[in-house]
Design a protein around this ligand. Sequence first.
Ligand code: F6R
Length: 259
Amino acid sequence: MFFKKNSMILLEGQKMKLIIVENYEEASVEAAKVMLEQVRSNPKSHLGLATGSTPIRLYELMIADHKLNNTSYRDIKTFNLDEYCGLQSTHPQSYHYFMNKHLFDGLDIDLHNVYLPKGFGDIQENCDAYNALLDKNGLDLQLLGIGSNGHIGFNEPGTAFESKTHYIELEESTRQDNARLFFNGNIDEVPTHAITMGIQNILDAKKILLIACGESKAKPIQTLVEGQMTIECPASALQNHQDVVVIVDTAAASLLTKK
Ligand code: F6R
């Protein structure tokens, strides 16, 4: 394999498009092109969305485009990957709050069409309800970040590739990563458990868009792009999918050997 900027690569029979750009801004611009193409070509798209630091600029670009070009989200449905357990949707660190603040408040989306897993109450009931919802609706495009330990959604290493929405204990490293960026740096404030779409739910999406920026993502990106499929790197499950776009900056691409 030979990688260069904006190259398309083939991975053992599966089609994965790998786009290498300079930095976070360029990665967000490339991701916005994929996202907006989806929304414009099908204004009734079902979008799987992510939280965390990675999609923040992409969401700003979607809002800017909506204001400038009137791209409408009125008939779009969204389904988030995950939610912390124990935080109500009004909690400033909940993913529900994050999505309102960083995306939904800036769009013309109908909030009745916005779905996130519910991290309180009867969790098993919530998992079953979310699986039923996903099965009924289907996802046209799933947006993903990636954890420094290779997680997608909150599917931590060791999660079965066949998993559906489930309750999970977060790894210490995940809680540390999230404390660094959110929760005022205090790991004790980061919930210990979450509810997350399973890897199978993610693989069921028609198209997958993964963005990874920064050195801490280099190792899992190497495994995803060049490594063996293993449950120790949940993102490597994407090698099984037929339509994946991976957008990385040079830091996240730094361990790819065939640049
Ligand atoms: C967020 C999510 C996580 C993040 C990942 C990367 O909904 O499911 O998998 O995408 O932890 O987080 P950031 O973007 O903060 O590096």
